[in-house]
Write a new protein. Sequence first.
Length: 91
Amino acid sequence: MISLITYDITDPKRLRRMHKFLKEYGLNTQKSVFECDIDDNALKSIRKFCRAELDLADDQVRIYKICSRCINKVAISGQGLKITQLDYTVI
């Protein structure tokens, strides 16, 4: 499933850790925004990382699941890549 992950993190060290962590899951399309094609296990890993590594009193992470029907309606103005759901098989 395509997920849009946005974050607002107050501490520069935690901000860098979050950015580095999310690079393993998706594409950094804007500052503090990642678009990820992930499964439920990856989503659980991201949520676990947030609970363990962030200050949830000061920091904020939002995860929006985008359905396959809605992803085709994404409009981009200016530069940018459009993420589409990937169909692949691991051999």
